[in-house]
Design a protein around this ligand. Sequence first.
Ligand SMILES: [Zn+2]
Length: 71
Amino acid sequence: MRNPNPKCELECRFKEGASFTTAMGWERVYDKHGNLITQDPNSTTGTIHCVACNKHWNYTSQAGVVKYKEI
Ligand SMILES: [Zn+2]
C-alpha cells in the first residue's frame, strides 16, 4: 500500500482497513506491440489509518491511480 501522507515526519505505519473492489468485466484490447490499451474499469475503495499520527483516510484506487481523502 502507498503512503497517504508523504509530508508526515513521524515514523508512520499505515494499516489498511477493509476494502472493496468492484468486479466489472471488461474487454481487453491490445495494440500491435502487445500493450494493453483498455483500462481496467474496476476500482477499489477502502480505509487506511496511520498508527503514528492517528489519522484516517478513505482511498479510491483505479487504473493505478490512488486518491486519498482524510476523514
Ligand atoms: Zn503518520
